[in-house]
Structures are given as structure tokens and as C-alpha cells.
Design a protein around this ligand. Structure first.
Ligand SMILES: [Zn+2]
Length: 315
């Protein structure tokens, strides 16, 4: 943490030096500002309180205009923190910052992180345009109306978790591949994180392979199992994409059963229906999911296929 912070500070300093070397005009303004601040701090004879404020203001305006004109960010000399809350110190308002909690989670599971491309996926960027307003779903509403209802359910889940985590009903998010399930999982994570709640987001196959690896080569998978069971919120993405084994089935049951009993909220996304889950993973896995999660279904046409046809590079 300290090394990362240090690197950001050094980078900011270098950016400042470089910019000043490349822009003598900017440096001239900067020098005058430094001089004025020095005069004030030392209460030198040359310091004149009557005109000081105005001179500083004029110079600052010139600096702002110069930066703008040369397309230099106004905060070019400031460190670019990953976390604005704690400025990468890991401590915010006397407590461990949510970014640090996230890092702790991610350090336990290799697979537990939102790939950077997913960082962009927020509720406000979820577009209903990809869902047909005309085609009807088996539920009687259009695909777009249904997608809007699913979006609303995801936002309501986040609101419920913020309000009272143990009363929040989870979500079982299903639908064919490419309908935005991962997007919504990711948006839920971001929205929770913005509110200081750190979810464990993991693709189910990654969870199983991480646990299997520690089970075989390490001291056992109890530690990872405990983390998956006890994370404040678990977002289990893409259930059903993995190679189904007895091991995967028993761990899945264990995690879901524990969380249901402890009333710890979870979101499970899958291409599978609950009937498929019952036949592939066992009826008791399906019944625990039904008890803990509200099923929400997406209908439509693979968004990536639609985007390819339109020549839009998808993520
Ligand atoms: Zn932070």
C-alpha cells in the first residue's frame, strides 16, 4: 500500500516537473504564484495584503486558461489516486476503506475480481435498446419491458442490501448467453461498492478451480470456503459454465445453504433454468436457491451478435 502511494506521489511530481519544463510560460506564472505565497507566509516587507488576493486570483485565472488552452488537465500535478475516498492509504474515517477490503478479498481468490473492462458496467450504462419492444416474452410483456423489470429488480436488490442486508432477498438471474447478466452482476457490484459494501464477485468456475487448487495442494479449501460463505454479499456469476463434478455440487450446496441459513444476500447468474439446476446440481441446490433468491429472467437476442452486425466492437 505504501509503495503504491509512494509511486503515485512520485509520478505526480514527475508530471509536474516535466510539464513545467515543456511550458516555460506556465512556469513563469507558477513562479510568480510561489513567490506571492512565500511573501505571505514569511510576512516579508514586499507582502501587501491590499493587493495580494487579487494578484493571486489573476495569476490563477491565467494558469487555468493556459492549462485549458494546452489541453493539460487542471489537476496534472496531483496524484491520480485509485480510490478517492482514502487516497490509496487503505484507511478512511478511521476504518479500513472499502477498496482495501476489496483487495483483501481479491488476494484470497485468484478469480475474485471484476476484470477491468467490467469497471465501466454500471446501472446508468445498461441500455434497454438491445431488447425488443415488440417481441413478447412468455410472461406476456415485451422483451424490453421484461429487461426493464430485471434492471429494476437489480437496483432494488442493492437498495435492500444497503437498507438491511439480512432482510434482502437475493436474485437468481437467468437467460440465454449474451443478454447482459454479467453486465448486471457487475453493475450491482459497483453500486454496492459505492456504498461501502464489498461484494465477493466471482465466476463460479473460477471459485471452484481456486478452491480445488487449495484443496489439493494446500492445507485445504476451508479458508476459501469460509470466505465464500461469509462474504457480506456474494455475486456468483455464470453458474453452469463449469465442468460439473461432485466436488462442485457439494461446495455449491454448502455455500448456498450456509448463506440462506445466515440470511446473507447473494446473486446467482446462470444460463440454466431452475429446472436445469435441479437436474444438474440436485433438487436440494435448486430448492435452496428458490428459498433465498427471487428468480429474474432476461429474454432477447444475444447483444454481442447484434453489436457485431452493427459493426460495434463489444467488450
Ligand atoms: Zn480506499
Amino acid at each position: 500500500m505504501d509503495a503504491r502511494r509512494q509511486a503515485k506521489l512520485v509520478a505526480a511530481h514527475q508530471r509536474y516537473e516535466q510539464t513545467m519544463q515543456q511550458h516555460p510560460e506556465l512556469w513563469a506564472i507558477e513562479k510568480q504564484l510561489i513567490e506571492l505565497h512565500r511573501q505571505k507566509a514569511l510576512r516579508e516587507a514586499s507582502y501587501s495584503p491590499a493587493t495580494w488576493e487579487e494578484r493571486v486570483h489573476t495569476l490563477e485565472m491565467r494558469r487555468t486558461a493556459y492549462l485549458h488552452e494546452h489541453k493539460i488537465p487542471q489537476d496534472f500535478g496531483q496524484p491520480q489516486w485509485d480510490c478517492q475516498l482514502c487516497q490509496d492509504s487503505g484507511i478512511y474515517e478511521g476504518r479500513i476503506c472499502s477498496c482495501e477490503q476489496q483487495r483483501i478479498l481479491e488476494s484470497r481468490f485468484k478469480g475474485a475480481h471484476l476484470p477491468s473492462r467490467l469497471q465501466e458496467q454500471t446501472f446508468s450504462k445498461f441500455s434497454l435498446d438491445w431488447y425488443s419492444p415488440a417481441r413478447k416474452t412468455p410472461l406476456g410483456v415485451s422483451e424490453r419491458e421484461q429487461a426493464a423489470a430485471v434492471l429494476h429488480a437489480c437496483q432494488a436488490f442493492v437498495a435492500a442490501v444497503i437498507e438491511a442486508p439480512r432482510s434482502a432477498t437475493g436474485l437468481f438471474l437467468t437467460g440465454q448467453t449474451g443478454l447482459g447478466k454479467t453486465f448486471l452482476c457487475s453493475a450491482i457490484c459497483h453500486s454496492l461498492a459505492e456504498n461501502g459494501i464489498v461484494p465477493l464477485y466471482i465466476v463460479f468456475s473460477d471459485l471452484i478451480s481456486d478452491m480445488r487448487a487449495s484443496f489439493q495442494y494446500d492445507s485445504g479449501d476451508a479458508d476459501l470456503l469460509a470466505t465464500a460463505r461469509q462474504a457480506p454479499v456474494l455475486i456468483l456469476d455464470d453458474l453452469g459454465a463449469e465442468h460439473v463434478t461432485e466436488y462442485a455440487i457439494s461446495r455449491l450446496f454448502d455455500i448456498i445453504n450456509y448463506r440462506r441459513n445466515e440470511r446473507l444476500p447473494m446473486v446467482i447468474s446462470s444460463n440454466l433454468s431452475l429446472t436445469d439446476v435441479a437436474s444438474i446440481y440436485s433438487p436440494r441446490v435448486a430448492s435452496r436457491i428458490i428459498e433465498a433468491c427471487q428468480p429474474v429472467l432476461l429474454y432477447g437476442t444475444d447483444i454481442r451478435t447484434q453489436q457485431r452486425k452493427l459493426g460495434i466492437s463489444s467488450n
